[in-house]
Design a protein around this ligand. Structure first.
Ligand code: NAD
Length: 480
C-alpha cells in the first residue's frame, strides 16, 4: 500500500513516532494509502531545518526566488494528469473538475506570486524640510501554512507561494483528509533540487501537528484556511504569542436573484455555484433568495437542471457530481437535511445518500439537494453545512433580502443577479461580506483582496495583501 512521507530538510522522512493513519478514497469508502501520524517532534525538526534555510533563501533576489516558483509550476503542469487524478481520488471530486480548476489554479498560484514578487515595492513618506521615511518589507522567518480538504492543492499553494516568494521558509500542514497532492508536490521539490529546508511538509492530525505549528515559538505567522471553530482555537493559541494571523474561515453565502436578471446565465451559474465540488467550496451560495415574481419559474427550472447533474464515479469524465470527502462529513450533511425537514423544510430534489453500483458501491455520495419552505433565520439557514444542499426562499423587497442576506454570523461571499446595476452596486455596498459577485460567480483575479468578515475570517489573502502578510513593515527615518 502507498505510504506517504513527510518532507523535511529536503528529504522524504517517516514520522519520528513511526505511526501512520489510514487515508480513504471517498468514492469507494476504502483505504488506499497511509499517512504519517506526525507530532510535535516532527514539527520541531522541520522548524530547525527551516531556520537553517532562512538566511540563504531570504537573501536570494526576488527574481531568483521567482524562478524557483516557476520551476515548481512548470513541473506540476508537466504532470497535470497525475495531479488531477490524485486530487480526484483523494477528495472524491470529479477528475474533470480537478483538471479544469484545482490543478491549473495551483500552477497559477505559483506563477502569479513568482511574478508579483518582482513587482513588490514599498512606500516612502517625505516630511517636507525635515527628513525622509522609507518602509522596508522584510520576510518574517519561518511561517506556518495550514490548509483544508476541499481544494487541497489549490488552497495550500495559495499560501505557500506568497510565503516563499516573500523570502520566508515554510512549515506546511495539508489536511489529513486529503494529503496526496501535497505529497506529490514534495516529490517535485526533490526532482528539481529545491533548496533543502525552505519548504517542509508535516502530515498529520490538526490537534497534533496543526496545534504544534501554532504553539511553536519560532514560527512567526500562521496562515490558516478551514472551519470557524478551528480558527477560533488557533487564534486562542497563537494570538497571545503575538503571531501574525490570517484566518480564512467558514461561510453561509447568499445568492440573491432579482426577476430582471439574465435568466439563462443566472440559472446555469446558480447550478454551479450551488453544487460545484459537491457544494464543498467555501464560496458556494447555499442560501438562494429569489424575487417573488420569478420564484415559481426558477424553482421548476432549477430543480429540473439539478436532477440532470450526473452523479457518479469521480474518475469518469462524464461525472458532474462526485463523492463527499469523508464518511463523517457525509453523516453531518445528512443530519442537516434531517434538521431541515424537522424545521419544516420540503425537499424538492435529492435529500438522501445515494448508493452507486460497481466500484463505488460503498462510496460516500449524497444527491444534490434543494429545500424550500424554511424561514431565513432557522438553523438550516444560519449554520454552515458545506455540502450539496441549498435552500430557496422568495423575497419581495431589496431591504428585506438585504436583511436576510446579512442575518448570519458569516460574511464570506455573496452573489447578486440583476440587470439594474444601480441596485446591484447599492446592495454590494451594504452586504456584510468580503467578496461580492455581480452577475457571475467564482470569477477570480488573483490581485484582488480575498477573505471574509464576521465569523468568516480575519485578514485578506491575494495579491499585495498576501505579500504584506508574509512580510513585516519596518519604517526607517532619516533627518536631513
Ligand atoms: P478544519 O478546520 O477541520 O481543518 C482545516 C485544517 O486545520 C486541517 O489541516 C486540520 O488538520 C487543521 N486543524 C484542525 N485542528 C487544528 C488545530 N487545533 N490547530 C491547528 N490546525 C488544526 O476544516 P476542514 O473541515 O478541513 O475544511 C472545511 C472548512 O474550511 C469549512 O468550514 C469551509 O468553509 C472552510 N474553508 C474556508 C475557505 C475560505 O477561504 N474562507 C476556503 C476553504 C474552506
Amino acid at each position: 500500500m502507498l505510504k506517504l512521507s513527510n518532507y523535511i530538510n529536503g528529504e522524504k522522512v517517516p514520522p519520528l513516532s513511526g505511526l501512520y493513519m489510514d487515508n480513504f478514497e471517498p468514492a469507494t469508502g476504502k483505504v488506499y494509502s497511509l499517512i504519517p501520524d506526525s507530532d510535535d517532534q516532527d514539527v520541531a525538526g522541520a522548524v530547525i531545518s527551516a531556520q537553517k534555510a532562512f538566511p540563504s533563501w531570504s537573501s536570494l533576489s526576488n527574481e531568483e526566488r521567482g524562478e524557483w516558483l516557476m520551476k515548481i509550476a512548470d513541473k506540476i503542469e508537466e504532470q497535470m494528469d497525475l495531479f488531477a487524478e490524485a486530487e480526484s481520488k483523494d477528495n472524491g471530486k470529479p477528475v474533470t473538475l480537478a483538471r479544469q480548476m484545482d490543478i491549473p489554479r495551483a500552477i497559477a498560484n505559483f506563477r502569479f506570486f513568482a511574478q508579483a514578487i518582482t513587482q513588490f515595492s514599498s512606500e516612502s513618506h517625505h516630511m517636507q524640510g525635515v527628513g525622509l521615511n522609507y518602509t522596508l518589507r522584510q520576510p518574517l522567518g519561518v511561517v506556518g501554512c495550514i490548509s483544508p480538504w476541499n481544494l487541497p492543492l489549490y488552497l495550500l499553494t495559495w499560501k505557500i507561494a506568497p510565503a516563499l516568494a516573500a523570502g520566508n521558509t515554510v512549515i506546511a500542514k495539508p489536511s489529513e483528509v486529503t494529503p496526496y497532492t501535497a505529497f506529490l508536490l514534495s516529490e517535485i521539490c526533490t526532482a528539481i533540487d529545491f533548496p533543502a529546508g525552505v519548504l517542509n511538509f508535516v502530515h498529520g492530525l490538526g490537534p497534533k501537528v496543526g496545534e504544534a505549528i501554532c504553539v511553536h515559538r519560532e514560527i512567526k505567522a500562521i496562515s490558516f484556511t478551514g472551519g470557524t471553530a478551528t480558527g477560533r482555537r488557533i487564534a486562542s493559541v497563537a494570538a497571545p504569542m503575538f503571531k501574525k494571523l490570517s484566518l480564512e474561515l467558514g461561510g453561509k453565502n447568499p445568492n440573491i436573484i432579482f426577476a430582471d436578471c439574465d435568466y439563462k446565465t443566472m440559472l446555469q451559474t446558480t447550478v454551479r455555484s450551488s453544487f460545484t465540488n459537491q457544494g464543498q467550496i467555501c464560496l458556494c451560495g447555499s442560501r438562494i433568495f429569489v424575487e417573488r415574481p420569478l420564484y415559481e419559474k426558477f424553482k421548476t427550472d432549477f430543480v429540473e437542471k439539478v436532477l440532470e447533474l450526473k452523479m457518479g464515479d469521480p474518475s469518469d469524465e462524464k461525472t458532474k457530481s462526485g463523492a463527499i470527502v469523508s464518511e463523517s462529513h457525509m453523516n453531518k450533511i445528512l443530519s442537516y437535511i434531517k434538521l431541515a425537514q424537522d424545521e419544516g423544510g420540503h425537499v424538492l430534489a435529492g435529500g438522501e445518500r445515494k448508493h452507486l453500483s460497481g466500484r463505488c458501491e460503498y462510496g460516500w455520495f449524497i444527491q444534490p439537494t434543494v429545500i424550500e419552505g424554511l424561514p431565513f433565520n432557522c438553523r438550516t439557514n444560519q449554520e454552515e453545512i458545506f455540502g450539496p444542499v441549498v435552500t430557496i426562499m422568495p423575497f419581495d423587497t431589496e431591504e428585506e433580502v438585504l436583511a436576510y442576506a446579512n442575518s448570519t454570523d458569516y460574511g464570506l461571499s455573496a452573489t447578486i443577479w440583476t440587470q439594474n446595476l444601480n441596485r446591484a452596486h447599492r446592495l454590494a455596498e451594504k452586504l456584510e461580506s468580503g467578496i461580492v459577485w455581480i452577475n457571475c460567480w467564482l470569477v477570480r483575479d488573483l490581485r484582488t483582496p480575498f477573505g471574509g468578515v464576521k465569523n468568516s475570517g480575519v485578514g485578506r489573502e491575494g495579491g499585495m495583501d498576501a505579500l504584506h502578510f508574509f512580510t513585516e513593515a519596518k519604517n526607517v527615518c532619516l533627518r536631513y
